[in-house]
Design a protein around this ligand. Sequence first.
Ligand SMILES: [Zn+2]
Length: 190
Amino acid sequence: MIHQLIHNGEIIEYDLIESRRARKLRLAVFPGGRVKVTLPHRMALRHMHAFLRDKIAWIFSKVEYYKKIVSITPPRDHKKIREEYVGNKEAALKIANERLEHFNRHYGFSYRRVLIKNQKTRWGSCSRLGNLNFNYKIALIRPELADYLVVHELCHLRQMNHSKKFWELVALTIPNYKILRRELRRGLLN
Ligand SMILES: [Zn+2]
């Protein structure tokens, strides 16, 4: 349900969610400026109103902050991202398969399926069943970075962690992995 807060003549809307599971009153402001209040099922509304009155300056400043951020970063265009994904999926799969085959001549691990995904925050993953997943952006980055990514997931087949042993395995074929890893970490969330 949408409710309103008024502060210095300005109005902010918030979603009020009644929850049977919540133990405490919760307040969250999200990027974009959406405000959500979670009210434990048995809590009286007047407690919530008192709580919001206490926090009102903070809420307004947080919403302002997020509005400013939104205005300087263009919104992610989901349709465009979807198109980019569809357009690159096949090339990504080809690169992943070819490079896996290449590096696995060295390692000789066994894996099952190779999948290309459209993920916002991950470059790749390795499942316990031995499936290897890669972000479609593997087709859009430098081959050197794609190779690192392939080897990283490949080595998880043997070491399901980021231990010293894991990195030693990676270093066998990608000695400069540290630099590449840093570069990839900077590059995804744009
Ligand atoms: Zn990893």
